[in-house]
Design a protein around this ligand. Structure first.
Ligand SMILES: [Zn+2]
Ligand SMILES: [Zn+2]
Ligand SMILES: [Zn+2]
Length: 359
């Protein structure tokens, strides 16, 4: 028998530890939309979220309208809450789906299995065993008795000289009678036609809210929450997940919004996003997403707080639109810096030597 050396056991343990750590890190800070859904689940006492398939896409209409997000945005929120254990996926229904577009709404076309004609009738069929004639039962009706329309003899006893075959299709074109008809599933969305064997199966999910996980997961990390309490005791108004209307008309949500005491503004003085940047492959899209928001909102000060620190090129990009960048190695240190930043007021990004020439 093979005994793995202790070293490989240690590596294995380390790997599974990292995996767990990954999950914990995701729980540390859910994005703003996920937290909005969390709050909605709590406030409304929602137990289930149901999905529908529409034009080939899986959608969550209720969540979409509540969060004012598009289909992809909602899918990301659902995925993030599933990862954090708040939502549990249950297969609620399996549906035939179109192999072309994925939609699940069909019109079923029937046609004669012999000649392909669509001129079909369906009914209960009788076979006259004496002569072998097969037809719909109403063709055998003769006054109040049954008589064979082919040979003219009266039918006597079921199982003796005739039998009931059951439901069958009759083709008006070729006259064939068959228990089966050809079926073509015409997709209501894209119009493609397929036989049943070519259809796919789609699972429609229902997401069950895990109440235990829901109550244990914090809206906002403890440390950030404490910071907001401290700021509020100094008269600074702090709001989480503040929605701000952009010049384009689109609403943008920011992790934090700040209003200083005595500020005459009706809108916040400072809006800030706190974004984990631990995945380098996603940094660019995260920074660009913030860049677009920052350009669109008519707010005096806009800040992006990230951990760990991001590269120089992002720093330069953000400085071109005067975004205040706050960076730290980890979340705890970042909250300390955010605290300092909010209290000390505006500190533009250090532009560096190269960038100075651009001006
Ligand atoms: Zn007959
Ligand atoms: Zn036919
Ligand atoms: Zn289709």
């Amino acid at each position: 028998m093979y005994n793995p050396p202790p070293y490989s056991i240690a590596i294995h343990l380390y790997e599974s530890m990292l995996e767990e750590l990954g999950i914990i890190m995701q729980q540390l800070f859910l994005d703003a939309n996920s937290r909005r859904l969390l709050r909605l689940l709590r406030e409304r006492g929602i137990s289930y979220i149901d999905s529908v398939v529409e034009k080939g896409a899986i959608r969550f209409p209720e969540v979409e309208s509540e969060l004012e997000l598009d289909t992809d945005g909602v899918a990301r929120v659902i995925e993030s809450l599933e990862k954090s254990g708040v939502l549990e996926r249950i297969v609620e229904r399996s549906l035939y789906s179109c192999p072309e577009c994925g939609d699940a709404c069909f019109q079923v076309k029937t046609a004669c299995s012999s000649c392909g004609s669509p001129e079909l009738l369906v009914g209960q069929v009788i076979e006259h065993l004496t002569c072998g004639h097969i037809d719909f039962d109403n063709a055998f009706l003769w006054e109040d008795r049954l008589r064979c329309p082919k040979c003219g003899r009266h039918l006597r006893a079921i199982g003796v000289d005739y039998r009931r075959i059951g439901r069958a299709f009759k083709c008006l074109k070729c006259g064939a009678i068959s228990p089966v008809a050809n079926e073509l599933y015409r997709c209501r969305n894209c119009g493609s036609e397929n036989i049943k064997d070519k259809l796919k199966i789609l699972h429609l999910h229902r997401f069950k809210v895990n109440k235990e996980a829901l109550s244990s997961i914090g809206d906002v990390p403890e440390k950030l929450y404490l910071l907001s309490r401290n700021l509020e005791s100094e008269g600074i108004i702090v709001e989480f997940d503040k929605s701000v209307k952009g010049s384009s008309g689109v609403y943008h949500t920011f992790t934090l919004s700040i209003k200083y005491p005595g500020s005459g503004n009706s809108s916040p003085d400072l809006v800030m996003d706190i974004v984990p940047m631990d995945d380098p492959s996603k940094r660019k899209s995260e920074v660009l997403a913030f860049y677009v928001k920052a350009i669109d909102v008519p707010i005096g000060r806009k800040a992006l707080a990230v951990y760990p620190k991001i590269g120089e090129e992002f720093r330069k990009l953000l400085s071109t639109i005067r975004v205040e960048l706050i960076e730290a190695e980890n979340f705890d240190l970042l909250v300390d810096k955010i605290s300092e930043h909010i209290r000390n007021g505006e500190k533009p990004i250090n532009l560096g030597k190269n960038l100075g020439k651009l001006k």
